[in-house]
Ligand binder design. Structure first.
Ligand code: 13P
Length: 254
């Protein structure tokens, strides 16, 4: 069975001091919680300090992006090895903000996913349709293209280690959450394609989590859907108490 994964994407919020304070508080609050995996994605500047503050706790760390080269003259970029060494086990790849604001494509997402896996980072690869695409009834076509091109060349073993985040672009930061039914349909579609293209075992192991205006009051209903294995939480993760409520709502029966 897939243990639910709740990941906080802090985006460009929290200084080093704010991140450390949050982690110290959260680790105390979740120390006896099992049946859920908890991951925080601070900005790069706070990643190492946050990882140190989370050491020997059940709170894991993610970076929000990586570059696919190991090292070199790539001003402003950070490699997978550097992220591992800073204390993260996960990395978010291809978030819709990276795609729309920073020109990332399915091809760059593919290179980043491959690079992350090569250094032993677990990628959280993001996919999802825009409002226009949904209204034109292209959601499943868009997801198919993002899965096919984003995951091109990965083995079934690698798919089994992956986390895919379904984040409908129209639900991100808008307060407009997908209904559990809308999200559930998209997740079942994604799982079906993974099964078709990478096999039953890979599809069963891969986590498919939902992101887009997840809040304490809607998390439980979303997570109750069969193919929703957790959440990638933006705004509502910035407050430690609100995030804790979402984490509690996601726990698998133990
Ligand atoms: P919000 O939860 O703020 O809508 O953001 C979702 C998101 O982008 C998580 O990666």
């Amino acid at each position: 069975m897939r243990v639910p994964l709740i990941a906080a994407n802090w985006k460009m919020y929290k200084t080093v001091a704010e991140a450390v304070k949050y982690v110290k508080e959260l680790r105390g609050l979740v120390k006896d919680l099992d049946g859920v995996e908890i991951v925080l994605a601070p900005p790069f500047t706070a990643l190492h300090a946050a990882a140190e503050a989370a050491r020997n706790s059940n709170v894991g760390m993610a970076a929000q992006d990586l570059y696919w080269e190991r090292e070199g003259a790539f001003t402003g970029e950070v490699s997978g090895q550097m992220i591992r060494e800073a204390g993260a086990e996960y990395v978010i790849v291809g978030h819709s903000e990276r795609r729309t604001l920073f020109g990332e494509s399915d091809a760059t997402v593919n290179r980043k996913l491959t690079a992350a896996l090569a250094v032993g980072l677990c990628p959280i690869g993001c996919i999802g349709e825009t409002l226009d695409q949904r209204e034109r009834k292209e959601t499943f076509d868009v997801l198919d293209r993002q899965i096919r091109q984003g995951l091109d060349g990965l083995t079934s073993d690698q798919i089994g280690q992956l986390v895919i985040a379904y984040e409908p672009v129209w639900a991100i930061g808008t307060g407009r959450t997908a209904t559990p039914q809308q999200a559930g349909e998209a997740h079942s579609h994604i799982r079906g394609r993974l099964r078709q293209w990478f096999g039953q075992e890979a599809a069963e192991l891969c986590h498919v989590i939902y992101g887009g205006s997840v809040k304490p009051d809607n998390a439980r209903d979303l997570m109750a859907q069969a193919d929703i294995d957790g959440a990638l939480v933006g705004g509502a993760s910035l407050d430690v108490r609100g995030f804790l409520q979402i984490v509690r709502g996601a726990r698998a029966p133990v």
